[in-house]
Design a protein around this ligand. Structure first.
Ligand code: MF3
Ligand code: CO
Length: 251
């Protein structure tokens, strides 16, 4: 069932989403050569708890951390560890924050120091593929319209679209119906209605789109070890379009 959120629920989700945005703004200056992803995770967990909120991923199906920290060829669900970031890495930081029982979810990819032109290209066009998906969000359109727009943008820029994972509805649970794939056919799938809240999250590769899961059963990497990027927003369907509940704040 796809739930329609009440005004009260939307207000709580706006708050949860804003905390996600603020956490990204908070952690950005720490993303530098030498820092470990575990240090970033600890800083973010404290930041979240100080806001009267909860790090929803921690303990979710046994996931051990607040953040997913996915470096270079890791697509998503990288577990924070003691390895220091290096100049030239890219790192996707994905977080879900719960506030009074409602969830906000957003990811973006950050450059560590100076990164290659290829990595810049991958990041720029992954974010733009998310924006193309967003443009399709309005009542009367269907999930397939979003999926197709993301896929069309990414593949026309010669990038790979990961198919094994997808976006999702969100509310009291971090994963609700519907699924929001990053590939698909226009005018197919569930109809968008005012008051639905979904997460659109393209996971895009510089090389081939095939991925595998590491023995830790979380870390998803590209099979060819090419770089990957991940951008995600939590989005409310409004009367005539959409509202991003996890806006990117100024540095
Ligand atoms: N933000 C991720 C998602 O969109 C969170 C899942 S990671 C988990 O699905 F560890 F919490 F499972
Ligand atoms: Co998500």
């Amino acid at each position: 069932m796809i739930t329609i959120k009440s005004e009260r629920e939307i207000d709580l989700m706006r708050h949860a989403g804003m905390l996600v945005s603020k956490m990204h703004q908070f952690i950005k200056p720490y993303i530098k050569e030498g820092v470990t992803t575990k240090q970033l995770d600890e800083l973010c967990e404290k930041f979240i708890r100080d806001q009267d909120a909860v790090p929803t991923c921690k303990g979710y199906e046994g996931y051990p951390a607040t953040l997913c920290t996915s470096v270079n060829d890791t697509v998503v669900h990288g577990i924070p560890n003691d390895e220091p970031l290096k100049n030239g890495d890219i790192i996707s930081i994905d977080v879900v924050i719960g506030y009074k029982g409602y969830q906000g979810d957003a990811a973006w990819t950050y450059a560590v120091g100076e990164v290659s032109e290829e990595k810049k290209y991958l990041m720029e066009h992954t974010e733009k593929s998310l924006l193309e998906g967003l443009k399709m969000v309005k009542p009367g359109n269907r999930i397939g319209d979003i999926s197709h727009a993301v896929e069309e943008y990414a593949t026309s820029h010669h990038l790979g679209v990961v198919r094994e994972l997808c976006g999702h509805g969100i509310g009291q649970e971090m994963h609700e119906e519907p699924e929001v794939p990053n590939f698909g056919i226009p005018n197919t799938g569930p109809l968008l209605k005012k008051g639905m809240v979904i997460c659109i999250e393209p996971m895009i590769t510089y090389g081939h789109r095939d991925v595998y899961v590491m023995p830790d059963e979380w870390t998803v990497k590209t099979l060819d070890h090419s770089d990957a990027a991940h951008y995600e927003h939590t989005v409310l369907v409004t009367e005539d379009g959409y509202e991003i509940l996890t806006p990117r704040l100024e540095d």
